[in-house]
Design a protein around this ligand. Sequence first.
Ligand SMILES: Cc1cc2nc3c(=O)[nH]c(=O)nc-3n(C[C@H](O)[C@H](O)[C@H](O)COP(=O)(O)OP(=O)(O)OC[C@H]3O[C@@H](n4cnc5c(N)ncnc54)[C@H](O)[C@@H]3O)c2cc1C
Length: 334
Amino acid sequence: MRDFAYARAGTAESVVGTLADPGTSVIAGGTELLNWFRLGIAAADNVVDIGGLDELRGIATDGDDLRIGALATLNEIGEHPLVTQAASALASACLQAASAQIRNRATIGGNVLQRTRCPYFRAEEPLPWPCSKRDPGSGCASLAGRHERQAIFGWTQDCVAVQPSDPAVALAMLDAQADVLGPAGPRTIPMRDFHLTQREAAEAGQPMRETRLEPGELITGYRLPASADGQAYVKVRERASYEYAIVSAAAAVRLEAGQRIAAARVALGSVAQRPWRLTSAEAELPGTPLTREALIPVIERAMADAAPLPQNGFKVTMARNAAVRALLTAGGAS
Ligand SMILES: Cc1cc2nc3c(=O)[nH]c(=O)nc-3n(C[C@H](O)[C@H](O)[C@H](O)COP(=O)(O)OP(=O)(O)OC[C@H]3O[C@@H](n4cnc5c(N)ncnc54)[C@H](O)[C@@H]3O)c2cc1C
């Protein structure tokens, strides 16, 4: 662990000013950042603590939107009545993340900025193998080694990692927007486009970029449009608590007469470096009966471009089943 200077932030605006210095990091709950420092994934000379900024707190309605401050913890969000009523997929995703102790510290601002759990990436420095995220251009040890938990969409030869956040999948499915404050002022980023696959980043000429957040920008909160649709978040993992998803799915469903779908949204998690909205399924689902038999072919068509690695073909079937289960649960059929 290297030494760093610590300071408490006075205002969100003053934080944005200090972030112009690339040697400065903000810290919220610290459940990710301090691990990065320990492992040598990141280093900073100055750490600015945003944990005391009341302007980044709170969960409230704002007109038709639900607004969640960036400092809201996963437990606060998961248990808040406004979230359980209007965004139950998000509440469920938060409560299925990590452990109770971590959820009491982990903020929703830091959560979407967490990095992959790929063990080749998370190793302590000096790394004994190539990892393009740690040493750009060095290659991907996971591709030649173990990769059963890695991506089935959007990966490149440089990196096959997935983004492991649970809440990000629900935020993308619910068409949430991130409110961001940066040197150029405030702006919003749609959560369905917040993260980048390796392929998207490479096409943009920045192969190791992971999000659309610009250097120096602070997430101040999230805005979710009101929704009366039934919702669900399904997380498939090796044990029922304190475990990352192998795959996950978030869904929202509105029904018409006769148990047919009027409108549906569905996103997969842990299948790519971004939450994976199944937009072609969403276009096809209206009019479809809410049954497993009717849903499976629609989801399979929407996942036809999956490109599994030699060891993770099982994730295609598992993700399909998670999506079907999330839709059935959201529609009240299971
Ligand atoms: C053992 C363990 C298990 C976990 N299991 C899960 C799980 O199952 N599912 C899941 O989804 N997550 C899981 N997590 C991840 C956890 O939820 C995140 O570590 C946490 O939400 C990060 O929030 P934080 O406030 O601690 O971020 P910090 O560690 O404080 O910051 C993380 C990064 O985000 C930046 N940052 C923080 N807040 C802001 C902001 N408002 N604006 C801009 N940048 C910001 C920091 O500068 C830093 O780069 C787990 C974590 C641990 C340690």
